[in-house]
Design a binder for this molecule. Structure first.
Ligand SMILES: [Zn+2]
Length: 59
């Protein structure tokens, strides 16, 4: 299990993605943003000091 911080390019929300595969070869990811309510492009953030809104863990 790997953890990545993704930043939505449309709303700017940074959130944590937990996946079982490596994203290190990716610079962007097309993924569902629960804030936008649709699939958007995300930048993969490697700075661990970035503010994280853990919108996944609040279910
Ligand atoms: Zn968004």
């Amino acid at each position: 299990m790997s953890r990545y911080l993704l930043r939505c390019r449309e709303c700017g929300t940074v959130w944590e993605l937990r996946v079982s595969y490596s994203l290190k070869d990716f610079q962007q990811l097309y993924h569902y943003c629960s804030v936008c309510g649709k699939n958007t492009f995300h930048d993969i953030v490697r700075n661990e000091s970035a503010e994280v809104h853990d919108i996944i863990g609040n279910r």
